[in-house]
Design a protein around this ligand. Structure first.
Ligand code: ARG
Length: 253
């Protein structure tokens, strides 16, 4: 009995696990490109009811269309996104990943598709500068460059980590943390959405260029996506999506 269950489990795993990373030819032959994102980082990628939407989602969908492909979106926790690439669960990730040397050891990135930065966010009168972080309780999302960076700031009293960035925000609003470090554009949207919280966006800890992530060595697919992205940047496609979500153009200068 036990072995029968094991066998069934084994078969289920075998059938649910997709094969090796799909190159451009395979993706084109299938007619569908699988893109992963988090779905919990407004306004980049988030759910409106049960509809996945946001800047990353519109941009990824437009790129898929430019390549003549249907887009199938997959959502999962932020800190699992790059790992899933390695397991060939999808073809690329569009989720606001900062291009870092550390991540470049594990994945390949598209040309930068957003330039943003890590903002120090507090409630009115709270921390604004790196020096102000001394003695503070800071909340950040796990798996992010924000966590890696805050761990290096001397004098921080405590770093609280959250699976979702929106939880880190809610904890700041509720007063369980004193600082939230996150994407400056995400923070701007949050402060507009919750004016009563009186969020104060202070200095940037650092600037960041965001890339779409691919399995290492999947060069033809990455090249095709880069080309489609360049086309959208050259035309008005990118600007329209950016203006819609941010009321500004967030491309890299
Ligand atoms: N840019 C950050 C990183 O590269 C975070 C990405 C997720 N976005 C967010 N607002 N939490 O890790």
């Amino acid at each position: 009995m036990k072995s029968a269950i094991c066998l069934m489990l084994g078969l289920a795993l075998a059938f649910s696990a997709p094969s090796a990373a799909r190159d451009l030819a395979e993706v084109k032959a299938s007619g569908t490109i699988k893109i992963a994102t988090e779905g919990a980082t407004p306004p980049f990628n988030y759910f409106e009811g049960d509809k996945l939407t946001g800047f990353d989602v519109d941009l990824g969908t437009a790129i898929g269309e430019a390549l003549g492909l249907k887009v199938e979106w997959v959502t999962l926790a932020f800190d699992g996104l790059l790992v899933g690439l390695d397991h060939d669960r999808y073809d690329l990730v569009v989720a606001g990943h900062g291009i870092t040397p550390e991540r470049q050891k594990a994945v390949d990135f598209s040309t930068p598709y957003v330039c943003s930065g890590a903002a120090i966010v507090a409630k009115e009168g709270g921390a604004r500068t790196v020096a102000d972080l001394a003695g503070k309780i800071v909340g950040v999302q796990v798996g992010t460059t924000y966590l890696a960076a805050i761990d290096k700031v001397p004098g921080v009293k405590e770093v609280k980590t959250f699976p979702k960035d929106t939880d880190a925000l809610q904890n700041l609003i509720a007063g369980r943390t004193e600082v939230w470090v996150s994407d400056k554009l995400t923070a701007l949207t949050a402060s507009e959405k919750a004016p009563d919280a009186k969020l104060q966006i202070g200095d940037l800890l650092y600037e960041e260029r965001y890339g779409m992530a691919f399995k290492k060595g999947n060069d033809a697919l990455r090249g095709a996506v880069d080309k489609a992205l360049a086309g959208m940047l050259a035309g008005d496609g990118y600007k329209k999506i950016s203006d819609h979500y941010f009321k500004q153009d967030i491309r890299c200068p």
